[in-house]
Design a protein around this ligand. Structure first.
Ligand code: AMP
Ligand code: TRP
Length: 343
């Protein structure tokens, strides 16, 4: 693979990230992505957050549910603390430059690179012949999302690291093949205690909105009772909690609950264990449930309130798309010029 010809430090810092409107938001999305987006926004760096509806349809989406999920995701972003005046919030399909740059990158990325993507392998399953072509090309569109804005930093959960690395490879190959220093080599930002929130039923599986078991996840729309019940029923082991993080090795379920506590409470794992080390789960789980309800209820309440006025949400998305296009249009035009398109 080509050497990076340029580093992201040569570009003005800009943050881009996206979430698929492919169902309800989970605690994994909140801790691994949204909560961190809000922290980034507060640093004052220009931040762009997208509802990636074009990515969502790489697997079947019922049109009415997709529309609702896109608006609900926008409400979730705002309820979590993103300010549509400070950050740019929009849905991907409304900025056609994403699909246009995505095509160029389909011609830069190699089949072999895409075949190595673990998310492709997981999502396509055994029957790859029946998966959509879009699912295979998904990471090239994600590279377009990021590079269309010359984004230097991409806050994501652990599962997206490989896709951001592919984005770097695409940028480097484009720059090398055309002899330019045009695209930045973007950095994944994977920080904090909850970059990989696991299923409450199986500590080896990621908490996911597509898991068939609702008990495996906390949804951002769950009420206090549902949250408490799911935490009470979460799988654990019979040992008390350790006093140091070393004691969580080989205890995936215990580690997951401690990570969630730490991330919700803005503490390190060691700080949490200093307080709860030695406690049984029968004591720790109610503490976690109380904390989760305290932190999540205001967000779900605000989401429900915002969803009552979908016209206002649509206005926010339209305004965001206009502002996104102001950045994206000249970058796409310059890409076309570099590639040799007449126009
Ligand atoms: P998705 O819902 O797959 O579009 O993911 C949107 C963002 O949430 C990405 O940055 C993911 O890495 C992050 N994310 C999703 N699930 C989890 C999880 N269980 N733990 C941490 N981050 C997650
Ligand atoms: N692939 C990401 C996910 O499933 C969503 C995504 C699409 C994204 N485009 C992006 C994330 C650009 C960060 C930057 O979670």
């Amino acid at each position: 693979m080509n050497e990076a010809v340029q580093t992201s430090s040569d570009f003005t810092p800009r943050v881009f990230s996206g979430i698929q409107p492919s169902g309800g938001l989970t605690l994994g999305n909140y801790l691994g992505a949204m909560k961190r987006f809000v922290q980034t926004q507060e640093t004052g760096v220009q931040s762009i957050y997208c509802m990636v509806d074009l990515h969502a349809i790489t697997v079947w989406q019922d049109p009415e549910k997709l529309r609702n999920a896109t608006r609900e995701l926008c409400a979730g972003y705002i309820a979590s603390g993103l300010d549509p005046k400070k950050s740019i919030l929009f849905n991907q399909s409304q900025v056609p430059e994403h699909a246009q740059l995505g095509w160029i990158f389909n011609c830069v990325a190699r089949m072999g690179w895409m075949q190595r993507m673990t998310q492709w392998k997981d999502k396509a399953g055994k029957n790859t012949q029946n998966a959509s072509l879009g699912l295979f090309a998904y990471p090239a569109l994600m590279a377009a999302d990021i590079l269309l804005y010359h984004a230097t930093h991409v806050p994501v959960g652990e599962d997206q690291k490989q896709h951001v690395e592919l984005t770097r490879d695409i940028a480097a190959k484009f720059n090398h093949d055309y002899g330019v220093d045009f695209f930045p080599i973007s950095e994944p930002v994977i920080e904090g205690a909850a970059t990989r929130v696991m299923s409450l039923r199986d500590g080896s599986k990621k908490m996911s909105k597509s898991d068939p078991s609702d008990a495996s996840r906390i949804n951002m729309t769950d009420d206090a009772d549902a949250i408490a019940k799911k935490i009470r029923k979460a799988k654990t082991d019979a040992e008390p909690l350790p006093s140091e993080s070393k004691g969580l090795e080989d205890r995936a379920e215990a580690r997951n609950l401690v990570n969630i506590f730490a991330a919700l409470n803005d503490q390190s794992i060691d700080q949490v264990l200093a307080d709860v080390g030695g406690k049984q789960f029968s004591e720790f789980k109610p503490m976690l449930a109380e904390l989760a309800v305290e932190k999540l209820s205001p967000i779900s309440g605000e989401m429900a309130r915002l969803m009552q006025d979908t016209k206002e949400i649509d206005k926010i998305l339209q305004d965001g798309a206009l502002r996104a296009r102001e950045i994206a249009t000249p970058i796409l035009q310059e890409t076309y010029r570099i590639v040799g398109m007449v126009g």
